[in-house]
Every structure is written in structure tokens, then in C-alpha cells.
Design a protein around this ligand. Sequence first.
Ligand code: IPM
Ligand code: MG
Length: 357
Amino acid sequence: MTLQIALLGGEGIGPEVVEATAEVLEHVLGDVDFVRPIHGKPALDAHGDALPEASKQVCRDADAVIFGATQKHCHPVLRFLRWGLVTHANLRPARNRPRLDSPLKNDQAVDLLVVRENLEGEYPGREGELSEFTRRWPELRDNFDREVPREGRFTVRVTTEEGTRRVVATAIDKAKKRRRRATARQTPLVTVVTKANVLRYTDGWFREIAFEMLEEAGMEYEHFFVDDAARRLVEHPWTFDVIVCPNLFGDILSDITAELVGGMGMAPSGCVGVENAYFESVHGSAPDIAGQGVANPLATVLSARMMLDHLGLEDLSDRIDHAVDDLLADGSVLTPDLGGSASTDQVTRALIDRLDD
Ligand code: IPM
Ligand code: MG
């Protein structure tokens, strides 16, 4: 069956790295149907909408979506790809690769996966005035039994049972299926990260639900408060396997884990739901180098490789993974961000050459 992949380049270097990735995918898949729904500025100019309904439908109908990067016109695109497609788990792997230096002195092989709850918590932002809040809910007390201040602003942080269960279920599934490569740890371990010591009612519940599910699944698991988890990630990241946590903690921890293994420029990600999934690099749109043909396509290529995993094409995913490692180890064809002088196109060609080795 021919896979249908929707490509949304987004802005800045997004379109360049997405097209490079499409070439790599075409090479490994042979038969693939790429669709390029109109979005961003062109869609805004033509239809007054950064992501018209027809483009949304193309994304829903596709087997998966690859997204480039967003600058200013694509926020509605991100909103749709997360909340519209209900992609509840944001998968952010971090593992050592050749030539990508770790800032850690005692570095050992790191191969971990952050599974970030993607739709709840502080996102997508529900804020207001405390005067209004306390007028409507005068009896709310904090954990020290004090009133809420009447002046200032507040945000609502949401935890639901459904949201918690589905992200923990994804973490358990990934922990069972993950092909661990670089690390000493070969058996699955799920680390739950919360702030349950302060947010007892919400994060305490998140932890309770996670423990119950992990127990039931017969998994090895542990829990750290988020500050402690951040510290441990810097102290000995190689002891982690799969981390599952609420949205904002995952946002922050995944920047740390990316930096531990070579930086945001090489970090891939995938947001998966029950019906839909989209894949994008963690890096931004890099407007300073956009259009120059020197953007590093590897983070998007590695995101596409996660897409192949998601679609059950593990062999093809492994081929790309090995080819990327070979290319890095060889080091002669790299983009300027990795210390080379090659163009996006040259890197793409070199990678495709290696896919056949
Ligand atoms: C990320 C980004 C986004 C987030 C921003 C751009 C809204 O930081 O994907 O990690 O906070 O989720
Ligand atoms: Mg982030």
C-alpha cells in the first residue's frame, strides 16, 4: 500500500529541510505519495487562513505529517497539528551520535526518550486577572490554607484522567518496543517526573495513575520530582530510559536532553495520537540562514525516521539511522552548524549514497 505523507515546510529553513527529507524518504520507500497542503503565509494571502480546512483534511487523511519549522505565520499550524490532530504524546529521543559532543565530562552512552504529555497542563494557555478569579471563587485556599491574592494574574494548569492515561500508555508502549542501542541499559525502565510534592492534587494524581498503570503492565519504574530529575539528567543521563511527564516539564527537560547529546540542531521529535501523528525537528526556523541552502537537514531526517518507526517500518528506520551515524562519523560532508562546509543538498546526496551501503 502506498503511504501518503503530508509535507508542511512551514517557514524559514523549514521548507528546505523538509524537501531534503522527502528525497531521503523517497529513496528508502520507493513508492510514496507526498502531498503538500497550502499553509502559512501563502495560505494567509490566498485564503485569509494560515491553515484552510482543505489543508487540515489532507493532514487528517495522510498516514503521517512532516512539519518543518514555525516562525510567525505557522502558529495556527502547530495548534492544529497538536490539538486538532489530538497528538497526545510528544516523543523526544536523545542519544549520542558520532561527532556530536556532549558537554558532560564523564559522558557515557545516553539513549533515552522523553514522552511529554502534549495537550494539557499549562498549555495552550488559559490566563486571566486574579481579581476576576477570586471574585468567582472566593473560597479557594492554597496548601497552607491561605486565601488567593486578589491582585495579579493566574494561569490554569489542567490534568485529566484521560490525558494522563493516554500519555502513560504511550510511554509504556514505547518502553516495551524501543530498540536501545547506545546505552548500557537493555531492559525497560520508566521514570515518572512530576512536582507532586507541591502540586499534590494534580501531579500527585498523575503519579498515582502512572504507578497504577506501570504496576499493571509489569514494568520497572521510578519517580523523581522535576527539579531532581533535571539534576540527575545532567549528572548521569545514561541511567534513564523512558521519561514520562506533564507538558511543561517535558518541554523543559527535552531541551536539556537535546543539549546533552549534541544540541537542539540535531534533535528530532514526533507527536503521536491515536489516529494521527506528525513529526518535526525540535529546532526553529533559523531565519538567519534561510534560503541559503546550508541548513542541516538531519534533525528532520531523524524525525522522519521516527515516523517510519511509528508506521511499523522499523527496518527502513534503522537504515536511515545507521546512514546518519555513518555520515557523522565520516565527517567529510557536513553542514556549517556541524563544522563542515557542505550544502543541504550535498548532505542529502551523501546520506542517500550511504543508504545503499
Ligand atoms: C516545543 C516548543 C513549543 C512548545 C513552543 C514553540 C510553543 O518549545 O515544541 O518544545 O512549548 O511546545
Ligand atoms: Mg520547547
